[in-house]
Design a protein around this ligand. Structure first.
Ligand SMILES: Nc1ncnc2c1ncn2[C@@H]1O[C@H](COP(=O)(O)OP(=O)(O)OP(=O)(O)O)[C@@H](O)[C@H]1O
Length: 200
């Protein structure tokens, strides 16, 4: 069940093309990096592949079917800023269990502490909140995860731990991963291949 983007082109303002004619494909269990200069359209492309933006031209398909809204999205997007993806009026336990109940193993893999569950989002650090967003994205029905600068706010040691756990779980479930990052060394270390967006 490959995730395929064909002839993807998009602008926000008439004829000011952000991305043009992008053909991209990712297979189950593959780890693909998206690199490119700031503002070249990596987030735009990520949102298109996750079905949150309809491209002006082109088409995204999963297993040859166009994505359908109103059902669980098998292409999950993890944002750079977790506060944008979390309802500030929900306690962390409710954020975490919004679409499924994660196992203790997965909570341990991301070192999510029991005492964080009753807290409000504002009572956790950005990195602590991001672990909830990562686990929440790893629903049993998830087929692809797009990680858009997912660990930018973390220190190097925590970053390494999170990526190890994340890639191990995705590989074990045959989940395809797209990693968006400015960090070439991170992409070289984790990705099977790298797609460069824009030209620089
Ligand atoms: N909702 C929007 N409306 C209008 N312009 C937008 C919108 N979102 C992004 N843009 C513009 O589109 C271009 C690409 O933005 P995008 O966030 O996709 O780039 P990026 O490669 O992810 O950047 P960065 O690496 O800095 O995060 C930028 O020039 C940005 O200003």
């Amino acid at each position: 069940m490959s995730l395929i983007g064909e002839n993807l082109s998009h602008y926000y303002h008439q004829n000011n093309w952000i991305i043009k004619d992008i053909n991209i494909s990712i297979a189950p269990g593959e780890v693909l990096g998206l690199s490119g200069y700031s503002g070249c359209g990596k987030t735009t492309l990520s949102r298109i592949l996750a079905g949150y933006i309809s491209p002006r031209i082109g088409r995204v398909s999963l297993d040859h079917h166009t994505q359908v809204r109103h059902t669980f999205n098998p292409v999950q997007l993890i944002y750079q800023h977790p506060e944008k993806a979390i309802n500030p009026k929900w306690r962390m336990h409710d954020v975490l269990t919004e679409s499924y109940t994660p196992s203790q193993d997965i909570l341990d893999a991301f070192e999510i502490k029991k005492e964080w569950m009753d807290r409000w989002p504002v009572e956790l650090s950005g990195g602590e909140k991001q672990r909830f967003c990562i686990v929440r994205a790893l629903n049993p029905d998830t087929k692809y995860v797009i990680a858009d600068e997912m660990t930018t706010m973390l220190d190097a040691i925590t970053q390494a731990k999170i990526w190890n756990a994340f890639i191990r779980i995705c590989k074990s479930r045959d989940i395809g991963v797209i990693i968006v990052s400015h960090e070439t060394s991170l992409l070289n270390r984790l990705c099977d291949s790298i797609y460069k967006v824009g030209s620089d």
